[in-house]
Design a protein around this ligand. Sequence first.
Ligand SMILES: Cc1ncc(COP(=O)(O)O)c(C=O)c1O
Ligand SMILES: N[C@@H](CCCC[NH3+])C(=O)O
Length: 417
Amino acid sequence: MTMSNQFNYINNQLHAEDVSLSDIAAVHETPCYVYSRAALTEGFREFSDALQGREHLICYAVKANANLAILNVFARLGAGFDIVSGGELQRVLAAGGDARKVVFSGVGKTRAEMRLALDAGILCFNVESAAELDRLNEVAGSMGKIAAISLRVNPDVDAKTHPYISTGLKQNKFGVAYTEAVALYRKASGLKNLRITGMDCHIGSQLTETSPFIAAIEKILLLVDELASEGIALEHLDLGGGLGICYDDETPPAIGEYIAALLGALQGRTQKLILEPGRVLVGNAGVLLTRVEYIKPGEEKNFAIVDAAMNDLMRPALYDAYHGILPVVREAHAVQSYEVVGPICETGDFIGHARELAIAPHSLLAVMSAGAYGMSMSSNYNTRPRAAEVMVDGTAVHLVRERETVPQLFSGEKTLA
Ligand SMILES: Cc1ncc(COP(=O)(O)O)c(C=O)c1O
Ligand SMILES: N[C@@H](CCCC[NH3+])C(=O)O
């Protein structure tokens, strides 16, 4: 596990920047997501520094963490956004993001979502099928607008990641088939309400090597050249997101190393470079704070039953994903091995297996690397209100999302008359 340097022990107390997580729990209670503004900013700056001198746009992938405060931090740093729904577009706009820096990915864009995005004036639609090209052409025409498009090409490259988050193989639902891409560009060039601006490719998430990215670029560039020879020139290349982080013992390339590899493969190419990083910008900038409710010694295993559950962080249940779990206060209890589990009625409701921890009832734990695909994938299963979210900025603690209340959860429901 690699911790952001914004989460540190000071006097045996885990801190986010200058604030102890115990103090945050005392005020905001648990479960609670805690983000570090400095960690978010550092990650973004690593990207922009590495890309200096190259025309580029960093479109943060909103799905990784869509809290308005996080979007606002990135918007202030000049980020664009990669969205996959009309809802994400509305969040970006509400957070002060610039629609002209938005790219819209996703295999199932509805007409209403297309209209919303055309009205807002987004930068580009990443079109994922022939049928979507026709629909977008029709919707744009009905509004008297021209839609800027790139085709998301599926390069059929193995991202060597968890099969559920691999997107660039031909058996995956994403993008247009590599072998059909040129024909579809020809088709798009004949549709009068579309304007071809780029090519897009995103092969998967939590990649820990650069080689799949490079293999995808090499394949994409062959298509770019073929299109150029037919007089279809592209203004930008969007290489998606996908750079992984260290949750356990993975050794992903650093941001600078990843960018250097991409730029190496793009030598001699002058198109503007768009990237869509999600996890690598927010993953290690956030933790999930939770409290031990009960210690339950079992016949085979000891259970630490905590107040966070799979509805708060579903990655362990969904992907068997590993998240580091650290005591918020280093206390003098006996170290034991625990199954760290939530209160939900599912055997798959676990946060971590066999963790060596010195804890007692009421101890606080920090589930690490929880800033990406944590809150954004949370649910209300078991009628559990979603957690509060706070952002630390130096010594300041901002509540950036209130804890949900139970009445909010059923406010839209009705009993029969
Ligand atoms: C189209 C697209 N772009 C960007 C991302 C962001 O990916 P990551 O969080 O792995 O950087 C995703 C998610 O995998 C995606 O589907
Ligand atoms: N939800 C996934 C990443 C999905 C990426 C979506 N394209 C995760 O937690 O790792």
